[in-house]
Ligand binder design. Sequence first.
Ligand code: PLP
Length: 381
Amino acid sequence: MQKKYLMTPGPTPVPAEVLLTQAAPMIHHRTPEFSAAFAEAITGLKYVFQTEGDALLFACSGTGVMESAIANCFCAGDKVIVTRNGKFGDRQKLIAEAYGLEVIDLAYGWTEVVRSADIAAALSANPDVRGVIVTQSETSSGVLNDVKAIGEIVRAYDECVLIVDSITGIGAVECKTDEWGLDVVMTGSQKGLMLPPGLAACTVSAKAWRAYERSTLPKFYFDWMKYKKNIEKDTTPFTPAVSLVLGLNVALSMIREEGLENTIARHSMLADATRKGCEALGMSLFAPPEGRGSAVTPGWVPEGVDGKAIVKVMKDRYGVTIAGGQDDYTGKIIRIGHLGYFGEFDIITTLAALEMTLAGLGYAFEPAAGIKAAEAVFMEG
Ligand SMILES: *Cc1c(COP(=O)(O)O)cnc(C)c1O
């Protein structure tokens, strides 16, 4: 037997309390019982999104809700600014192009933060832009983009919506939907919400509903208005992912019990410990100091070590699954997730497995330096 640990930024570990809901006998979704659970889920989602506006819930992975944002806010030929500094920003651009939008491409390196001044400049040069699309927490790079500052800029444009992929942001970092003027904020179940994959959610502001009214792109399953009208009756337009919705309520009640601010503070502490642990092992951090999120810590693989081997040995020999780099960074970086159901000892475990793996691969470092650095962060609290 080998005990296994899932230390990736999606899917993320699922608490036993949530897993148990997945084993309960199926209930029908057109019942008062499900309606009550669904209403509770929508209320809980509004809490984590920090919105008084609409929150919609879909049976799909995160990419489904990303696609829904494009289909529901725009017309073919609309101009949108897509910022990208990682794999998920790239995906936003591909989706926008698939729907025939004219993309103003604000592309950055993966170790760079999106500059809000560039968005301000692109908007004043193109006042007919209908949307700005930003990834708040880039899971591929660990970079955190400043959606608060971007919100302040886009707020001034009445006909332009700000769409935020916060799929690994929600529950891990501050994301104040209403206060920051974010029109559409998206998340997915297998990330900070501590659920299996299969649900995605988004907020819709009054401005985004105006964009919806104008939008002529084809939509059916993801037609936001169908969801809104059904939410008013505590139900869904199509068969919901019943078991996941029941699990969502358990996960959301755990977040409420901890308090969202404390959940975010816990993530920040876990991220800090992971960073210090990696640095103590002589690894350089991938994301720049001015924009590091708390969902995942990517670090450069030390000189002379095979990055793919680190991931493989950690998984096969020690049962600890972390993520490798994507696209150009395959084999060059490793990514340690600490998103959702994570505590101090998950970080210690991961760093210990990393140390044993690095030692096994012939890399020289001060033994136990990583866990020692992480412990120091935890003891400070
Ligand atoms: C996981 C993730 C998504 C969605 O990916 P799916 O595999 O479709 O769930 C989108 N954006 C970010 C930043 C993500 O981390």
